[in-house]
Design a protein around this ligand. Structure first.
Ligand code: KIV
Length: 265
């Protein structure tokens, strides 16, 4: 199967073929996901599911680079996006410096930046410098502490206007992809209908161009809490626990290792 490029994603949107995206944080799982999905996101959600923190704030640019390099080594085909962590794009100049570092050193296809219309100058500057940007609008987890929690976006006339205006402003500034999180379906649909840019959603309904889920949520490894939009396709934590429990029991009882696992003279 050939590499998924940005133009392929645009073709998929045009033809109505849904785009599938999943997060990955290491080479091991990136390799498993590569043939099954179109896009892989090295999300700053790694700070929670991988790092054990209670929010995404706290992930550093260096951490994202470390994980993204590992994911890059696991991918041959999928389009790879790397999340820019909290405040790493606080000014256009800082964004250019940090995004260039991430883009160059990880070999990713695009960077993802959380933020609405106020990020337009940053997106335009990155665009002029040849860095592809996926803009993350709607519910923005990096703003959740400031907002007092994870607030669904797009509700009411004003909420809808804000999401639609963010989408329009950022695509006009040069965002090549949009990610819409935690937004009511009708508003997310309007975003997707109003642009040629592929719109990937999480908690934004089925009417847009594609979906993304955090792999450890959909495989049942992250069990601290479960957002409404997460469907669990596997009871991963229980499966792994069961295997480790079996291993421990065999070691204790002398069932492992047996002769088959030993070296011979
Ligand atoms: O960090 C992440 O994994 C994300 C997804 C929630 C889209 O941004």
């Amino acid at each position: 199967m050939s590499k998924i490029t940005l133009s392929k994603l645009y073709e998929m949107k045009k033809s109505g073929e849904k785009i599938v995206m999943i997060t990955a944080y290491d080479a091991l799982f990136a390799k498993i996901f590569d043939d099954e999905v179109d896009m892989v996101l090295v999300g700053d959600s790694l700070n929670m599911s991988f790092g054990g923190h209670s929010e995404t704030l706290g992930a550093s640019v260096e951490q994202m680079i470390y994980h993204a390099r590992a994911v890059r080594r696991g991918l041959k085909r999928a389009y790879m996006v790397v999340d820019m962590p909290f405040c790493s794009c606080a000014t256009p100049e800082l964004a250019l410096q940090n995004c260039a570092k991430v883009y160059e050193s990880t070999g990713c296809d695009a960077v993802k930046i959380e933020g609405g219309a106020h990020m337009a100058d940053t997106v335009a500057l990155l665009n002029r410098n040849g860095i592809a940007v996926m803009s993350h609008i709607g519910l923005k987890p990096q703003f959740s502490r400031f907002m007092g929690g994870y607030k669904v976006s797009g509700r009411g006339e004003e909420g809808a206007r804000e999401v639609l205006s963010d989408a329009r402003t950022l695509t006009e500034a040069g965002a090549v992809l949009l990610l819409v999180e935690g937004t009511i379906r009708s508003v997310a649909n309007q975003v997707a209908l109003g642009t040629d840019v592929p719109v990937i959603g999480i908690g934004a309904g089925a009417g847009i161009d594609g979906q993304v889920l955090v792999w450890s949520d959909m495989c049942g490894f992250f069990t601290e809490f479960r957002p409404k939009f997460v469907k669990r396709y596997l009871d991963g934590a229980e499966l792994v626990k069961g295997a480790v429990r079996e291993y421990a029991r065999e070691v204790k009882e002398g069932g492992f290792p047996i002769e088959e696992f030993e070296y011979k003279q």
